[in-house]
Design a protein. Structure first.
Length: 71
């Protein structure tokens, strides 16, 4: 039982150490400003829409070509 208790304490100490290290790393992170965040989000949304439109056009074109070939 003593070995089990020591192992449990060691596990808890390692967990506490890990949480402390994570907290320290979070303080080093360069978080984006509100403007940077909105700008990046807008770019992602616009590019996603453009890509969706492009894929839709390609899909429609290829399906029409395939329909013509299989008639």
């Amino acid at each position: 039982m003593a070995d089990e208790e020591v192992g449990r304490r060691n596990f808890i100490q390692r967990g506490i150490g890990f949480v402390k290290e994570v907290k320290a790393e979070f303080t080093k992170v360069n978080w984006p400003s509100r403007e940077e965040l909105f700008g990046s989000t807008a770019v992602v949304i616009v590019l996603s829409l453009l890509l969706a439109i492009f894929i839709g056009i390609v899909d429609l074109t290829l399906s029409n070509i395939l329909t013509l070939l299989l008639r």
